[in-house]
Design a protein around this ligand. Structure first.
Ligand SMILES: Oc1ccc(F)cc1Nc1nc(-c2ccncc2)cs1
Length: 348
């Protein structure tokens, strides 16, 4: 995971300054400890003065063995609700360093969010800066970005084809990295893809639904029951609760995100009412939602990415090649990022 400027020993809030530690396994233990602590305290109110965690970024500086909202960092503005939590931009009171923070109730905290995220290091994935427990909450700190693709779609109605393909290629690059690190995201959608200031670079975030995969690419999590992620972007094998769920589920969701960028609305929702699970499981893939005016190469990306049978569905790498081809066929990225508003596609 890299250097951590502060590793909090144990769960009793005692802090020992360590010049260097490999936070990986420690981070995993810490998160498991937090979860165990929750189980032990189930029903009790966690003492408000509990304050332990891991900080990986030197610009975030604990004071007197603590790092607390108000005392050590201040909320700047509310951003939106990531999975299970409210997101704010915050600032370190001493270094004035600005970063993102998501506050999650302990009982909603999944140690996978930190475990999987801290295993990733890619220009296409937002950097995790740390995790702190503050009483009944866990607070995740990350590199602050300039908004999300979801916010850009709301501003622009729908995105130009070249921009949508440009973003899709980058999301597929992130999925290639996740596959290499055996991580399933399970909530790929425009709201969880963040943008650089100039809007040309994207960063995957919010690993609140993520799971580890085994060598064969199958999820290691036993929890088949609770349906996670965003309904409109769920792959058929996920809504059917099939035991074999793997990286192809994120590929399906990335194509739902492509349709969302191109049409300005989530797939399925113009044709069906919720709950959508049965339709996703039983209906053909939403290929009729491919915009009629898009390039045949873009249509091809969606057709091979929305194969209902995971084994027939393209891998992230294969789909990235096709999406890059489609982007070249439409002349590469030439549209302005923050351009004109385009009405979302209406049903014909
Ligand atoms: O999982 C997290 C852990 C720590 C964070 F600070 C944020 C998130 N999750 C999300 N952040 C955003 C977002 C951030 C910044 N600008 C626009 C959107 C959308 S979902």
């Amino acid at each position: 995971v890299g250097n951590c400027s502060l590793a909090l020993a144990g769960l009793r809030g005692s802090v020992s300054q360590e010049d260097r530690c490999y936070a990986g396994p420690f981070c995993k233990d810490f998160c498991k400890d937090v979860e165990r602590d929750v189980r032990e305290k189930e029903g009790e109110v966690s003492e408000t003065d509990t304050n332990e965690g891991l900080i990986f970024n030197v610009n975030i500086q604990p004071v007197n063995h603590e790092y607390k909202e108000g005392k050590d960092y201040s909320l700047c503005k509310s951003i939106n609700t990531g999975s299970y939590g409210e997101v704010h931009s915050v600032q370190d009171n001493r270094t004035h360093f600005k970063f993102g923070a998501k506050k999650i109730l302990l009982k909603s905290f999944s140690s996978e969010e930190v475990g999987t995220w801290s295993a990733l290091k890619s220009p296409r994935v937002v950097e995790l800066f740390g995790v702190i427990r503050e009483g009944p909450y866990v607070v995740l700190f990350m590199d602050l970005k300039a908004g999300s693709v979801g916010q850009l779609i709301k501003e622009r109605g729908r995105l130009p084809e070249d921009l949508a393909l440009h973003y899709h290629c980058q999301v597929l690059e992130a999925l290639e990295h996740l596959l290499k690190r055996r991580v399933l995201h399970l909530d790929i959608k425009a709201d969880n893809v963040l943008l650089s200031e100039d809007g040309r670079d994207t960063f995957l975030c919010d690993f609140g639904h993520s799971e580890r995969m085994d060598i064969g690419g199958q999820s290691l999590s036993a929890s088949q029951g609770d349906l996670k992620g965003t309904e409109t972007h769920m792959a058929p094998e996920i809504v059917k609760g099939e035991t074999r769920r793997g990286a192809k589920a994120d590929v399906w969701s990335s194509c739902c995100m492509l349709l969302h960028m191109l049409n300005g609305c989530q797939p399925w929702t113009r044709y069906y009412s919720r709950p959508l699970y049965f339709k996703i499981a039983n209906e053909p893939p939403p290929l009729r939602e491919i915009p009629p005016d898009c390039s045949p190469f873009t249509a091809d990306v969606i057709k091979v990415g929305l194969q209902k049978e995971p084994t027939k569905r393209a891998s992230a790498s294969e789909l990235k090649g096709r999406a890059a081809r489609a982007l070249r066929e439409v002349g590469g990225l030439s549209s302005p990022i923050r351009g004109s508003y385009k009405e979302p596609l209406q049903i014909d």
